[in-house]
Design a protein around this ligand. Structure first.
Ligand SMILES: O=C(O)[C@@H](CO)OP(=O)(O)O
Ligand SMILES: [Mn+2]
Ligand SMILES: [Mn+2]
Length: 623
């Protein structure tokens, strides 16, 4: 982070976009840039012109890719020699359900969870733990907690891919990021326009990382920089926003001393401003748009530190839900609305909570809310957030190329698939599961059902969420016998765990257990198999601890509530009448992780898994 480096590169800038029936025609100008970087600096550029992007449509691209895939991949899975086909399999992901010591802050332990308890105690050969954090799911280090994106990617893809956090780290370390198309593109605005950086401000490492913003924002020649912050409190402790904003403001001050006009321009809490997902509530994105683009918000402050401190002092305020604010100058004028000719980077590497904003920033035709103004900007994502939609069309770092997922293999081998969750987790068992692809592979064999989530509440208010509705839908799908795989995500442990409300999280865990029972009972009726697992920990530990594992107290003597995910492993249990008695978990894979689940499920469907998948967790004994 403290290194000094120099780079020269070509940058593309889109300077004119025109919609046509088949897509967007983009005229580009190319600029040769010279970058001199030191820790807190920003941006520099030089010169110049020409080229033209031909229009394309997503549909055409998708078909071409598919044809290419079909040509190079052998999709046919060999039959498993010992496991019969045609069993109905329920794959259940309990979001945020880890395994941890049994104390009063372990909500799973404290709640009544007889079904999950019995899976653990009654069939020891069919219950085990798997790793769900750090290197096991493609994160930079084993200090990184798991999360839904990397967890579901690993569960679905059967292999470990270097994930966004890691890819950005390495693109920054090598300097490759600055030579890439995306950076070159935005850089063309640096001379006359402002560079806006929008994203989650914390070191949580789930959606973004502050140090990546610091490095990125350091000495790359932008003359005017505005940062639009989203406070966290969900991947990091509530209240930590103040420290992160202080760090950022200090960095920006240092830049100002070097002659860069750099300021925080707006802000708001991530769950209330900008970072909605799966189109649950466009109002969230609109609040962000109004503050970031239009420079309008209900609260105005002269500095971001003051904003966050004052807004946090309101009753029941927390970092996740801070209201939107703008920073104003001495004339009460917003210091950083986004206007024609500016560059914008959304610096989150994770997709789900940036896709909606990306659409608002990029799509000429857009009807989700009234944007009032649609500035002509050069916009790039830290990553491309949706490979299928090619959104955004410019990005600084290429996303992981997660190909040949288990879902695609199984569908291509005739497995009829049903996937379901409520809105806030719907994309987890579809988009993330399928390697960050929206849509299904074969609509004739697949049905994806989304149950609308509650809107405008924090989930401790409704801790049962839609768990029972999801499992009832899954039950219907199981009993209909129209599907071979029924895949669901039960969100409660995670979504309620993130609120930090221990009483509500207990309710969440109890209803999750009830939902599991509905699935297991349905599977009993059709002679099927269940696979119950989770994507990462959350509800099993609700308190921040010291190294010895004891709860930490804050300065008032209260326990420090942990709203984030954890580093804990998660359980996986298999069973059901369709599971032959001689199938059990292998004993020789003690370090297995979520990526080992895909091959396991493929085997249970009666196929051998692709050779390069992480090994299956099961074995078939002779007896
Ligand atoms: O809510 C989210 O965006 C993340 C936490 O940042 O949780 P999950 O990975 O479980 O979706
Ligand atoms: Mn999750
Ligand atoms: Mn979560």
């Amino acid at each position: 982070m403290h290194g000094v480096f120099q780079k020269q590169a070509w940058v593309r800038v889109r300077w004119l976009r025109k919609s046509t029936a088949r897509g967007v025609v983009t005229f580009n100008c190319y600029i040769y840039i010279y970058i001199h970087s030191r820790r807190q600096g920003f941006i520099t550029w030089l010169l110049f012109v020409v080229s033209l992007d031909l229009p394309h449509s997503c549909v055409i691209n998708r078909e071409r890719e598919r044809e290419g895939d079909m040509g190079s991949t052998d999709w046919k899975l060999p039959d498993h020699q010992k496991i019969a086909k045609d069993k109905i399999i329920a794959v259940v992901v309990l979001d945020g359900w880890g395994e941890f010591k049994e104390d009063q802050y372990n909500c799973i332990h404290v709640a009544e969870t007889p079904v999950m308890d019995s899976l653990k105690t009654h069939a020891p050969n069919r219950w085990r733990l798997v790793k769900a954090h750090g290197n096991a799911v493609g994160l930079p280090s084993d200090d990184d907690m798991g999360n839904s994106e990397v967890g579901h990617n690993a569960l679905g893809a059967g292999r470990i891919f270097a994930q966004g956090a890691k890819l950005v780290d390495s693109a920054l370390a090598t300097g490759k990021i600055y030579g890439g198309e995306g950076f070159k593109y935005i850089k063309e605005s640096f001379e006359t326009g402002t560079l806006h950086l929008i994203g989650l401000l914390s070191d949580g490492g789930v959606h973004s990382r502050l140090d990546q913003l610091q490095v990125r924002a350091s000495e790359h020649g932008a003359k005017r920089i505005r940062v639009h912050i989203l406070t966290d409190g969900r991947d990091v402790l509530d209240g930590s926003s103040v420290g992160f904003v202080e760090t950022l403001e200090k960095d920006l001050e240092d830049l100002c001393k070097k002659g860069v006009d750099a300021k925080v321009a707006s802000g708001g809490g991530r769950m209330y401003v900008t970072m909605d997902r799966y189109e649950n509530d466009w109002d969230v994105v609109k609040r962000g748009w109004d503050a970031q683009v239009l420079g309008e918000a209900p609260y105005k402050f002269r500095s971001a530190v003051e904003a966050v401190k004052k807004l946090r002092a309101e009753p029941n305020a927390n970092d996740q839900y801070l209201p939107p604010f703008v920073i104003v100058d001495e004339n009460d004028k917003a210091v950083g609305p986004i206007v024609d000719g500016d560059a914008v980077v959304t610096f989150n590497f994770r997709a789900d909570r940036m896709v909606m904003m990306a659409k608002a920033l990029e799509y000429e035709n857009f009807d989700k809310f009234d944007r009032v103004r649609f500035p002509k900007i050069r916009y790039a994502g830290m990553l491309q957030y949706d490979g299928e939609l090619k959104l955004p069309s410019h990005y600084l770092v290429s996303p992981p190329e997660i190909d040949r997922t288990s879902g695609e293999y199984l569908v291509k081998n005739g497995i009829r698939t049903f996937a379901c969750s409520e809105t806030v987790k719907f994309g987890h068992v579809t988009f993330f599961w399928n390697g960050n692809r929206s849509g299904c592979f074969n609509p004739e064999l697949e049905e994806y059902v989304e149950i609308p989530s509650d809107v405008g509440i924090t989930f401790n208010q409704e801790p049962k969420m839609k768990a029972l509705e999801i499992s009832e839908k899954a039950k219907e799908a199981i009993l209909s016998r129209r599907f071979d795989q029924i895949r669901i995500n039960i969100p409660n442990g995670d979504m309620v765990g993130h609120t930090g409300d221990i009483a509500a999280t207990k309710v969440a865990c109890k209803v999750t257990d009830e939902a599991v029972k509905i699935i297991i009972d349905a599977i009993e009726q059709v002679g099927g198999i269940y696979v119950i697992t989770a994507d990462h920990g959350n509800a099993e530990d609700m308190v921040k601890r010291n190294k010895a594992g004891d709860p930490l107290l804050d300065k008032n003597g209260n326990i420090q509530i942990l709203t984030s995910h954890t580093l804990q492993p998660v359980p996986i249990a298999i069973g059901g009448p369709g599971l032959a008695p001689n199938i059990r978990f292998r004993q020789d894979l003690p370090g297995a992780g979520l990526a080992n689940v895909a091959a396991t499920v493929i085997n249970l469907h009666g196929f051998e898994a692709p050779k390069d998948y992480e090994p299956s967790l099961i074995e078939v004994t002779d007896s």
